[in-house]
Write a new protein. Structure first.
Length: 271
């Protein structure tokens, strides 16, 4: 997600600094962007000039010091509230008062994140969708403390990236995952109960409902651990059975069958 967000920001003309925890991960992220752009040029979907301009807007760093002059900081780390709060707390003394903090969280409370800073009026959420360079939607989440000026700036920024922003409430799952996660969890429950094979359920939703991919293909793409984590957050908030992770999902996560990224989920992949 981080490399995709950096790519679309740089492609939109913004000077973009990618901060990673070490050089290995930094080079991997920049390399992922370069490969995506090179593939686009090779397929005729982008020009070499556009690729070069995007790459020219990108720089990398392994410390927060490099972000001190940024007007906007987008956090896209692991989906853990305490780590996100700590990240912004560490970054805050280095940046200017005008800087807006944005989290790419897919489920966590923006108000809780903002409360860990001294600028809760300049904290918001921008939930991008994967793959970021292709997916048009961005959810803009406004915390209870977000000022009108900060919200307007973040919404306008999302539009400037060529995205279609929508305003989502600061509640777990926002809009899309609030509707999507119960569907994915229900598909797992249906499979547990013998409704059909993984392949037939996927085919049924693709060909019968016109979905671009079935629920199990999507689960593997998103990551079973990510879905499990989001489901737990939503269940903790609402205490409704529809958000409770099915036993099979829990066991697959414990077994390390996380989907595409681990090579095995509901399907098997080459990694």
């Amino acid at each position: 997600m981080g490399s995709g967000i950096a790519q679309v920001c740089a492609a939109a003309g913004y000077k973009t600094i990618v901060r990673e925890v070490d050089d290995i991960l930094l080079n991997k992220g920049i390399g992922r962007i370069r490969k995506f752009l090179d593939d686009g040029v090779a397929k005729g979907k982008a020009t070499a000039d556009a690729r070069d301009k995007t790459l020219a807007n990108l720089t990398g760093a392994t410390t927060f010091d490099a972000l001190k002059d940024c007007d906007l900081v987008i956090e896209a780390i692991v989906e853990d509230l305490q780590q996100k709060r700590q990240t912004f707390a560490s970054l805050e003394p280095l940046v200017g008062d005008r800087t807006i903090f944005v989290s790419n969280t897919s489920s966590l409370c923006i108000t809780e994140i903002a409360a860990a800073t001294k600028r809760p009026d300049r904290v918001a959420g921008l939930h991008f969708f994967n793959p970021v360079p292709i997916m048009k939607l961005v959810e803009v989440i406004r915390a209870l403390t977000t000022s009108d000026a900060a919200y307007d700036a973040v919404f306008a920024f999302a539009k400037s990236l060529g995205k279609e922003p929508i305003t989502a409430p600061d509640r777990p799952g926002f809009i899309v995952n609030r509707l999507l996660v119960p569907y994915l969890l229900d598909a797992i429950r249906a499979y547990e109960r013998g409704l059909g094979t993984v392949e037939d359920i996927d085919k049924g939703m693709k060909l019968g409902c016109g979905y671009p991919m079935g629920p199990f293909t999507l689960l593997d793409f998103v990551g079973l651990d990510t879905t499990y984590y989001i489901a737990n957050i939503m269940f903790e908030e609402f205490r409704e059975p529809v958000y409770a992770p099915p036993p099979l999902l829990k066991r697959m996560v414990i077994a390390g069958r996380l989907g595409r990224k681990s090579g095995r989920g509901f399907y098997t992949y080459d990694v």
